[in-house]
Design a binder for this molecule. Structure first.
Ligand SMILES: [Zn+2]
Length: 82
């Protein structure tokens, strides 16, 4: 899977100074739809970064069981018993 990183320079035409990263959801004036959308895009980008960090291959390797250790095979036990 490939995700192209992109710069997004969206800005509300009515509230040109609104910056969701700095101002947060509380600074949106009059529940402006464009500003709300900017904030949601900002939030989604944070979520995406968090998910990618969570999927970090190094983290996955730590969690993976060691394949060089053979699993217990009950058939070997029955051979010894006979
Ligand atoms: Zn706005």
């Amino acid at each position: 899977m490939k995700i192209r990183s992109r710069k997004f320079n969206g800005r509300c035409a009515k509230h040109k100074s609104y910056n969701p990263a700095v101002d947060g959801a509380g600074a949106i004036r009059g529940n402006c739809a464009r500003c709300v959308l900017l904030f949601e895009i900002w939030e989604a980008s944070l979520t995406l970064n968090r998910l990618i960090r969570k999927f970090d291959p190094a983290y996955d390797d730590v969690q993976r069981p060691n394949p060089s250790v053979p699993a217990h095979d009950p058939r070997q036990m029955s051979l010894i018993a006979e």
